[in-house]
Each structure stands twice: as structure tokens, then as C-alpha cells.
Design a binder for this molecule. Sequence first.
Ligand SMILES: C[S@@+](CC[C@H](N)C(=O)[O-])C[C@H]1O[C@@H](n2cnc3c(N)ncnc32)[C@H](O)[C@@H]1O
Length: 314
Amino acid sequence: MTQAHVPVMLEEVLDLLSLKPGGRILDATLGLGGHAVEIARRLGPNGVVIGLDRDPELLKRARERLLPAGEARRAGAEFRLFHSRFSRLREVVAAAGETQIDGVLLDLGVCSVHLDEAERGFGFRTASEDVPLDMRFERTCSEESAAELLARVDEPELVAILRAGEVPAPRRVAREIRARLPLRSTRELEAASRAAGLPRRRHHPATLVFQALRIAVNQEFEELERALDAALDVLGPGGRLVVLSYHSGEDRRVKNFVRREQRGCICPPRLPVCGCGRSPRMRALGRLRRPSEDEVRANPRARSARLRAGERQE
Ligand SMILES: C[S@@+](CC[C@H](N)C(=O)[O-])C[C@H]1O[C@@H](n2cnc3c(N)ncnc32)[C@H](O)[C@@H]1O
């Protein structure tokens, strides 16, 4: 049976968003609305939660849960929900009728539903069945599935995808995968990953291979970089950006973004005076936060979570 998605680091996220009654918050990774429901409760009846998700199937379920009765009525704040990508969050905020908002939440990666529902092709735990190797958030879009991507790329490109996903021994894994092409099912990819002889450390050897491919199929790093820039544009002074990531490639991008925006000036250090004229647009709110041991015990899927936040400056 599909488990509900348990919102990760919920109390920390709510605190960092610094929610005020009547505020406007964008949940740019709505999922099933686990964080959004609690945000809405704290914003109260005059507040607005703008929600978006790239996955139309999850968004449909979120709509059923949040609109118009049920949770929404109890929660108080109004929900305005959109099918979109977070790289387009400027357009979504405008479509929701807002110009400046008080907070943006990005809870990256996949929902438990994606992993639990085998036919989405995101995971391998249920690889006893022949599940097509898909991994697209939008199954109806014309973009390529994981199986099509593997069939198209050459060896150096596949090595680069695996390396970006921080898969150990990417050349060895790429050769093993390519020797078995065409790979059409999650079971075949899991077998190829296992045959590459990766050591079993914290994860099953296939975990990082599946994650690396998913990131490439959905162009997740590019999406994230665009979303971070866009988020700063829609936040008003004092607005909060809160990001939960689950992969070091994601967290590094968030960390570097906050550092850069906190510094402002982007002139090379050898220049005696600043020529770019950029001033800091953001202030980091503390350092990296991780889930407590209790949370990880109760929800093992939280174990790789990393939380960072920043505040928009004038
Ligand atoms: C970890 S889940 C969010 C769970 C949610 N916070 C909750 O508590 O229910 C991440 C969600 O982000 C969505 N997503 C992934 N990439 C996206 C993108 N580029 N734009 C919009 N949504 C995206 C996924 O479809 C998934 O529903």
C-alpha cells in the first residue's frame, strides 16, 4: 500500500519561513501538500498558499485533498494551485495575482508516492515486476524517459551523468549499463548497477544510479538553479527562502547561491575596487541543518535531508 508522504523537518521549515497571519507563501514543490497544509494553518484565513508541482498526477491528488473543503476549510488560508515547474515560479506568482510574497519553500526530489508506486519507474525496491524505466515527473510530456535517455547517450555522456549524480566508479557503471543496452525496466537497471560491483555503503548500490538518472531525465540541477534566481525576484524585503535538499549536488548549488547572493559583489578579487555595483540580495539564516535522530528513526526517508534558508534583503 502507498504510504502517505511525511513532511520532512516540518517544525524547522515552519520556523524558518517565519509565518505571519495573512502572509503569502509559495510552496514550489507541493507534492501531496504535507508542508502546505501546516503553512496554511499558520497563515490563517487571510493568508494565501500558492502551490505548484510539476507532476500532474500528484497535483490532482493535492487538489482533491486541499480544495475546496476538507483540509482547506480547517486550515484557513486560501490555496491557489498550479501545474508548473519551479523554474517558472515568477510566472506562477504573477498568475496567482501576486507581485511580492513572504516566503518560498523548495522541498526537492521525489515524494514517497513516486517511490512507492512502482509503475512510475523511480525505484527498484519492487523490481520483481517488469516496470518500464520511466522516471519523468510528467509522464505525458514529450521529453524522454530514462530508457530513451540511456539508449541515446554515448559513454562519455553517461559517465558525466553518473559523475554529476556522485555515483562511485562512474566509468565502470557506465560500461556495465552500456553492455546491457537496451535497458527497458527498473529490474534491468538494478541488475546492471549490482553487476558493476559497487560496494554497499550507506545505500544499496543502485540507489545512487537511479537518483543520477532521475536527475538527468528531469534536468533537476538546471531547474533548481533557475528556481533559486526566480525565488529571489518574487520575495519582498525580509521574505524567506527555505530549501530542503536530498543530494549533495543540490545542496552545493543552494549553498553556493546563498553565499554568492550574500556577498553581492561578483568582481574578481584582484580588482582593487568593485566595478559590478552589485549589493547583497540575501542574508543566510544560520548554517546547514539536518534532521534529528528521532525524526530519522520515525521517517528513514528524511535521513539525507539538508535544510538551508536565507532572507531577502532590501
Ligand atoms: C519531496 S516532494 C514534496 C513533498 C511536500 N513537501 C509534502 O510535504 O507533501 C517533491 C515534489 O516536488 C515536485 N517537483 C520535482 N521537481 C519539480 C520541479 N522542477 N518543479 C515543480 N515541482 C517539482 C515533485 O513532483 C514532488 O511532488
